[in-house]
Design a protein around this ligand. Structure first.
Ligand code: GTP
Length: 273
């Protein structure tokens, strides 16, 4: 491990490098233009200049930027599998209900700047809802999930969003609507369900994605898009506040939070209560 002198507290290790498959250089594109609210194909020019500047001034002791992502939706729609496919590259065929909440921290490097997503997996089962809803607050991104093979779960997404929004500021949240289990649908049915989902996404002011945790279809592209939009939003907020690029900005975490997450036993879905 590389050790260097910290200007405040003595010796401090560099954070471990971000894994190669979490480096984002180009602006990640949307799933389809009809399903997106952000039709731009590149970073915001001002934000780009700000994070280029920040990348050149980075110090190992700078706090990392982080955004909170809350994933909600009916039970059994595949929230946990979606997160596990991205964070651990695994797919669990047997259903194990999430008890309350669970979370993962994923570290990225976006245009040279370290950035993390704290991804909260919440229980879809009614009896655990009151525990899970206590963790909705402070989200920058809300992901509302439904099962593409169960149209009722799409009808319930507005209710899920409403509940998550009660705890958050609508003006500072990105909303995404995600249809899972695309592998279960023949292409004509998929097209029909996607059309319905795009309509509901527009009503929700959300961006729509169709994914499969089983095959991995669109899973990485989806989370890269989330990371990029959240990161750009953090930078934009800092610019509005007039925070200089050099300081640890926006929503920050200490590195010991990451260590905690990395050391957590991921085998059992757990409650944080
Ligand atoms: N075929 C297929 N099955 C999936 C996919 N994603 C999830 N499943 C299955 O759907 C079931 C439920 O998945 P979970 O991820 O546990 O569902 P959840 O939304 O987290 O459920 P709760 O924790 O109760 O809220 C499991 O049996 C998974 O194997 C997918 O992309 N394709």
């Amino acid at each position: 491990m590389v050790i260097m002198q910290d200007h405040r507290s003595g010796v401090k290790p560099f954070p471990p490098p971000v894994s190669k498959d979490r480096i984002i250089c180009d602006f990640p594109q949307c799933y389809t233009p009809e399903a997106s609210l952000q039709l731009k194909t590149d970073w915001d020019i001002q934000a780009k200049a700000a994070f280029k500047d920040k990348a050149t001034r980075l110090q190992p002791w700078d706090r990392q930027k982080m955004s909170k992502v809350v994933v909600v939706g009916d039970l059994n729609v595949g929230k946990t599998c979606l997160i596990n496919r991205f964070c651990k590259d695994v797919f669990e065929r047997d259903y194990k209900a999430t008890i309350g909440v669970d979370f993962e921290i994923e570290r990225f490097e976006i245009s040279g700047v370290p950035f993390s997503l704290q991804i909260w997996d919440t229980a879809g089962q009614e009896k655990f809802k009151c525990i899970a809803s206590a963790y909705y607050r402070g989200a920058q991104v809300i992901v509302t999930v439904f099962d593409m093979a169960d149209i009722k779960s799409l009808d319930h997404t507005c209710q899920w969003l409403e509940e998550a929004m009660r705890e958050n500021d609508p003006d500072s949240c990105f909303i995404l609507l995600v249809g899972t289990k695309t592998d279960l649908l023949p292409s004509d049915e998929r097209q029909k369900t996607e059309k319905d989902a795009v309509r509901i996404a527009a009503e929700m002011h959300a961006e729509f994605w169709a994914v499969s945790a089983k095959t991995g279809e669109n899973v990485q592209a989806f989370f890269f898009r989330v990371a990029a939009l959240a990161f750009e939003n953090c930078i934009r907020k800092d610019m509005e506040k007039g925070v200089p690029a050099k300081v640890g900005l926006g929503d920050t975490i200490k590195s010991d939070r990451i260590t905690l997450a990395e050391e957590t036993n991921h085998e059992v879905k757990r409650s944080c209560c």
